[in-house]
Design a protein around this ligand. Sequence first.
Ligand code: HEC
Ligand code: HEC
Ligand code: HEC
Length: 436
Amino acid sequence: MSRYGRIAVVLVAVTVVAATWMIFSRPSQYVEAPAALRAQIAALDPVGKADPIERGRYLALAGDCIGCHQARGGAAFAGGLAVPTVFGTIYSSNITPDRETGIGAWSADDFWRALHEGKGKDGAYLYPAFPFPNYTRITRPDSDAIHAYLMSLPAVKQANTPNTLRFPYSVRPLVAFWRMLYFTEGVYEADPRQDATWNRGAYLASGLGHCVACHSPRNFLGGIARADELSGGRIAVQDWYAPSLTSDREAGLGDWQVEEVVRLLKHGVSDRYAVFGPMAEVVHDSTQHLEEKDLHAMATYLKSLPAKASDDAPAMETTGSMRADLLRRGSQVYAEQCAGCHRSDGEGVTRAYPALARNPSVIMGSTINAIRVVLNGGFPPGTAGNPRPYGMPPFAQKLSDEDVASVLTYVRNSWGNQAPAVAPADVQRYRAVPIE
Ligand code: HEC
Ligand code: HEC
Ligand code: HEC
């Protein structure tokens, strides 16, 4: 669709939404959680009433602020990291206490307005590449603690890099339309039908953790429909697939034990699996630093979410004889190149080499991640619990498109796995994608 076509669609959509809202909006049906539940949730807060700066440090880790606000080789929180979007590149801001180039002149109120309302100090709309649609759920005391922590850090003088968004996305006031469609302002409200652990997990995962930002499909405006949240999504430009975190059995957390998810978020590896790509960074910068009971709360919440069908299917179908050829060749490639680590029974080696048998990353509809791991190789993150992770070498030079398609077709159809074949053309497509 042309740029102007998109603008027209947005304007029409906004008008329709506004009209519907005016007709159907009613007073909120919201039921406040009982005081006892609120007290139980508060008791789960691991940093309790401790020093506000220490508390803010923990919360900033839970929000992975540094994941975006530190450029490679740059100073912590000084920004300048290019955040790619389908509309162009947005650069993260300097959020150190430097008064001129950072947020040193921001009051706790200004800071709260950024997190809660998605607005800068001058009131201008911030772009949703900054995950304020999630951070809006943070409570005021938590926002104040993060502010206090950031203000306690060394000031770094570093001017912000101007964004390079294409027109019309470069026009900030147009974010108003996006906000009408996809942004609901509001602090997380406890759900009285659920227990305290679930609520703590929902607060962290849907707010600071902003898991939704990657694990959901986005439409052509970069918006996420409520109904699609956490059902799995492609990550812009970097081009990885973040699988469903709902209880979906094929692509989600349906068959996982809560403790398995906790171990993965804490150590980067569980007995059977390992995280890779952008999730390795999330574990490295954020989740490994969280207390286990907070990870437990998040995993409990995620596992309770009803399964949502993922819309990401393999791009290519293969015919019967092609499939048989792929399987034959694949079993040979596997024996020569992969079995040394992942073992001939696909069970891997506990905490060193992930199992490929019954591994959701291997059998889910989307084949992007498996293709990219084989082409590019990878390391799980180094964490306190697993400081020197074992890695996987890249096979881009060693294996042809047919070899990679064959070995993955074999892996997707052995040891109880059952999934559609991978076509050589799919492998060729992801060869061209840069690692970052
Ligand atoms: C996914 C990437 C990402 C994460 C994670 C992230 N930010 Fe940002 N942040 C950005 C980008 C990009 C901008 C610039 C937005 C713009 O130009 O409109 C920004 C802007 C801001 C601003 C406004 C600064 C200004 O000068 O206008 C503040 C404040 C901020 N972020 C604080 C935080 C805090 C606190 C956290 C962690 C809780 C955080 N950010 C996590 C990407 C991120
Ligand atoms: C920057 C994007 C990003 C963010 C933010 C993110 N994830 Fe992920 N996540 C991914 C990608 C990509 C994968 C696929 C790679 C892998 O399995 O390691 C993944 C995989 C996972 C897996 C493994 C699932 C499976 O089926 O193999 C879990 C569990 C997970 N993420 C949990 C979370 C939680 C919980 C949060 C929020 C605290 C979160 N993620 C935030 C990108 C992200
Ligand atoms: C030297 C040992 C080694 C070899 C050889 C190896 N792998 Fe891996 N593999 C690993 C490690 C370690 C990981 C975890 C990587 C990460 O977390 O970034 C992994 C991850 C994977 C994954 C992602 C699964 C997950 O949950 O993390 C797939 C798919 C995979 N390998 C397939 C293969 C195939 C196919 C081959 C042969 C072409 C192969 N591997 C060869 C060690 C190896």
